[in-house]
Design a protein around this ligand. Structure first.
Ligand code: FES
Length: 300
């Protein structure tokens, strides 16, 4: 799908909204929570859609410039201009609203609010109870929310709320949607489990690969093929495995779908996916996760 940049504007500190129209034909109508996968030169990135849910409406993405990131946000901020064309690989939705009449609670870290602009707007049009909790480093970085969402918004600027307390006040039937950094998502998942929320009521989306500066180099051994190699931080483990000819699935590349799960025979994984840990016992998502090292033995 070929897109053209219709508008690019600053909407909060270090954050732009980019409006995208169809270069030819018409845009597929998206559902709340959907994301678009686009090519940015050599890079492929996923961004939640904040518009594009009505026939004839252009798409919009909101992008925070992450100076120390992997380059996608810098590309959009520094190189993308009105009139430029972009190739979109597709629009899909790994983070849909679960049909329910129970309260919907959205908890976002920073720019992780973007999928919730559409999802919470959908809930706000129904009779469901709605809460939005937004953690931001600085208020200046908070993107504007639709007017209809403001009565439901709780903002935490520069402070992390007590997650146990926050969750303990919720209706136990609530569906909890979380989008943000992996540590925030993991902490919330632990508290939700502790408080007895059913695992099917906890829904999470991550930002994608979360690299850590102190990730160690790994000696990776593939037990079935007898291959071994060094995996250096900075490159997803999935890419290193594919380069070795290993048979590993790949789909979302951001820890959402589980296609790239590989069984760990030895080593201590550092999980950075959004999957329910109960669904990946003894395995790691090669697209986003890493290990403490030095040795990682995989059943491949
Ligand atoms: S490719 Fe989807 S979780 Fe790794």
């Amino acid at each position: 799908m070929e897109l053209v940049v219709i508008e690019k504007r600053l909407i909060a500190q270090d954050t732009v909204a980019v409006t995208l129209g169809a270069a030819t034909g018409v845009l597929q109508v998206a559902s709340p929570g959907a994301h678009i996968t686009i090519s940015l030169g050599e890079l492929v990135r996923h961004y939640s859609l904040t518009r594009g849910f009505l026939a004839g409406e252009p798409y919009e993405i909101q992008v925070l410039r992450v100076a120390e990131g992997r380059g996608g946000s810098r590309w959009i901020h520094d190189r993308l201009s009105v009139g430029d064309r972009l190739h979109a690989i597709g629009v899909s939705n790994d983070f849909p609203l679960v049909p329910s009449s129970a309260p919907a609670v959205f908890i976002a870290g920073g720019i992780g609010i973007t999928p919730f602009l559409s999802m919470a707007s959908e809930v706000a049009q129904s009779s469901r109870a709605l809460e939005i909790h937004h953690l931001v480093r600085h208020l200046a970085r908070q993107v504007p929310l639709p007017q209809a969402l403001l009565p439901h918004l709780h903002t935490y600027a520069g402070a992390i709320p007590d997650f146990a307390r926050l969750l303990s006040k919720l209706d136990p039937a609530s569906h909890i949607y979380v989008c943000g950094p992996v540590p925030m998502m993991s902490a919330l998942r632990v508290q939700a489990q502790r408080l007895g929320f059913p695992s099917g009521h906890f829904h999470a989306e991550t930002f994608g690969v979360a690299l850590a500066a102190d990730d160690p180099t790994l000696e990776v051994h593939l037990a079935l093929s007898g291959t071994h190699f060094l995996a250096t931080p900075g490159q997803p483990l999935l890419d290193a495995l594919l380069a070795q000819g290993a048979w590993v699935g790949e789909e979302c590349r951001r820890g959402q779908c589980g296609s790239c799960l590989v069984e760990v025979l030895e080593g201590e994984p550092i999980h950075r996916d959004a999957l329910d840990p109960a669904l990946r016992p003894g395995a790691l998502c090669a697209c986003v996760s890493w290990a403490r090292g030095p040795k990682l033995v995989l059943k491949l």
